[in-house]
Design a binder for this molecule. Sequence first.
Ligand code: PFF
Length: 450
Amino acid sequence: MEKTTVKRENWGSRIGFIMAAAGSAVGLGNIWRFPYLLGENGGAAFLLIYLAFVVFIGVSVMTAEFAVGRKSSRAAVGAFKNHDKRWTFAGVIGVLSAFFIMGFYPVVGGWSAAYVVKSVTGLLADPEAIGGAFGAFISGSTQPLVWMLVFMILNVVIVAKGIAGGIEKAGKVLMPVLFGLLILIAVRSLTLPGAAAGLVYMFKPDFSVVTGQTFLAALGQAFFSLSLGMGCMITYGSYLNKQENLANNAALVTGMDLGVALLAGVAMFPAIFAFGMEPAVGPGLVFVVIPSVFAAMGGIGTLLSVIFFVALTVAALTSSVSLMEVAVSYFIDERGMERKKAVYSTAGAMSVLCVLSSLSMGVMSGVTVLGVGFFDFFDILTDKIFLAIGGLLLAVFVGWFLDKEELRQELTNGGTIKFGLFEGWYFLIKYVIPVAVAIVAIAGIRSIEQ
Ligand code: PFF
């Protein structure tokens, strides 16, 4: 990738876009979800499959989303509708995905914000009690709801300010902070005695643990982590100027997303192994193992814990604003709503879903949809089904319904820049990705039926 071709005079706006897009991609998916999926799916083998999906599907789909967005200068629904009214539904699925992801994402964002405070109010005092404390916290009825609302309000404040004033500014400031914080924690983790075992776990594959589920989890994670398959990158692409190299930007954002996921892994696994802890504990990994690790470090652990959960909250926030923006821009562009009103009603509806999700960890644990509680339902529905279908539709739309030469023009900025991989990209989008994603979507729908 020719990352060195950044033009100095464009740097200001380019960095704003990159930071916003990377801010959307880098989130709970990288720091909360990626490490626990890695832990649950046997480490390095999952990592390799994930890498293959990111490189062969992720970059191509992101490039395609940027192209569709910039070409149409419209957000998710408008971009499809503009070309062909019959494709409106593809954009609408994206808006629904945004609602459903925002039906659980702010709950976890709230947990993270709560842990910033809990880190200094005694959580780390008794390492033995950390697991129980997490279970008691998330299954409660008041505390997690209050924190979810705090997180939701932060979203409302940023999104109400609009793209340039709110989202772009927040991304520019908060992303580099996050990166720096993670590096700090990774260095601490790597210098612990016995840290090497964590690296072996992450990077030495054991293929005996790979099943169909591993592939499914890896593909779903690739879409989720890169913010693909729901029009988010179409929406962000629609604000891009005509001089930008779309493929290079997609590669850069993907690289940053992957980098943060790996960094999160390197920050966690060496420490987990150094302290003789269990890597495969699921969604509690970040909230149980990490505070336990910090608690065992003494005084500096409290500080690192605060830094870590600030980083996690920041990462979650720059992603959730992009999710909210997908829904909000739909109401502004297609329903003629005023921005503030769109933000308030969207956030209100999302909060209702979040209340259901949060309570499904406790008092409402008996209420299930297709056999799982609301939290898991919204998670599985989006990650394994909606995003995959959205990605599939996008690939079919671009590969079969848009003109190949027009795409070439868009991706080479009217022939002024080179995109040597165009034919390969087109082949992937037209044939390979629809088939690969269809297999995963079908498997996903089947697994939720059971
Ligand atoms: N990519 C975000 C994460 O990894 O946490 C989640 C996300 C944001 C998914 C925006 C989809 C999206 F459109």
